[in-house]
Ligand binder design. Structure first.
Ligand SMILES: [Zn+2]
Length: 255
């Protein structure tokens, strides 16, 4: 590969190349110096749900790592949920399964966060059911962080985040969300998402420089046309040889 191309990868947000020669490039197999590697963490919230199977299948087919933050109530209420949960556990090389609470606050976030002891109990109940092999947790409906290196929590959720921290959890937020509309379908195009990834990493706008966490929700990808968009996003990101997909258990600074 010509050296000018290697250099251009890191001098421009990568999507800038999308309109030129990169459009015809296949995923590249080149070794990238460690200092230039950028780590991407795909995370899927709220499963097991309709859509989870497609997330598993797309990531498995693309051989990219992902982290599933699951709601224990969704796992425990049916064999459908348990089967999806087991599919994730069967591929520990690619997938992490982590705690996203038992009830997801039943959608009532203010009373949930105003009662941090019962909210903590909700996470501990989920831990018993999900039996995750890691100590990562993500709050329902709130972007908060608590690791060895990072702490970010609004006044509303801070009491719960401190309690989760005190019993050993790393609370994991995100840098970029693929939003969904009122029908649960992805709003941004895969191209727009890939461009945002490039921009956030290029301008060091992520929580941890060189590391970017993407939040998505399993239910966005139940329709094959939408799971194709997930595959498209992964394909676009794979065009940049500096991008590596990792599970969140390898995020820097975890307790
Ligand atoms: Zn959620």
């Amino acid at each position: 590969m010509p050296i000018f191309y290697i250099l251009s990868l890191f001098l421009l947000p990568f999507s800038g190349l999308e309109n030129t020669s990169a459009k015809t490039l296949k995923p590249l197999q080149v070794s990238v110096p460690d200092s230039l590697v950028r780590h991407i963490y795909l995370s899927f919230d709220d499963g097991p749900l309709n859509g989870t199977a497609n997330c598993i299948n797309v990531c498995s087919h693309e051989k990219v790592a992902a982290t599933f933050f699951q709601i224990a109530m969704h796992q425990s209420r049916s064999s459908f949920g348990k089967n999806l949960y087991n599919q994730i556990l069967q591929n520990p090389a690619l997938f992490d399964l982590s705690n996203h609470s038992y009830s997801h606050a039943n959608g009532k976030y203010l009373p949930y966060y105003h009662h941090p002891d019962s909210a903590l109990a909700d996470f501990q109940k989920a831990k018993k059911i999900l039996q995750p092999k890691n100590n990562l947790a993500r709050l329902p409906g709130n972007n908060a962080w608590s690791t060895k290196n990072e702490f970010r929590a609004s006044g509303l959720v801070k009491p719960l985040v401190l309690k989760l921290d005190s019993v050993g959890y790393n609370v994991m937020g995100w840098d970029l969300e693929w939003h969904f509309n009122k029908h649960g379908k992805p709003i941004q195009t895969p191209e727009a998402m890939a461009s945002m990834v490039d921009t956030l990493l290029f301008y060091n706008k992520t929580k941890t420089p060189k590391h970017l966490v993407i939040l998505m929700h399993d239910h966005m990808f139940g329709d094959p046309a939408d799971s194709a968009k997930l595959a498209r996003l992964i394909g676009l990101l794979k065009k940049n040889p500096a991008y590596q997909f990792n599970k969140l258990t390898s995020y820097p600074g975890l307790k």
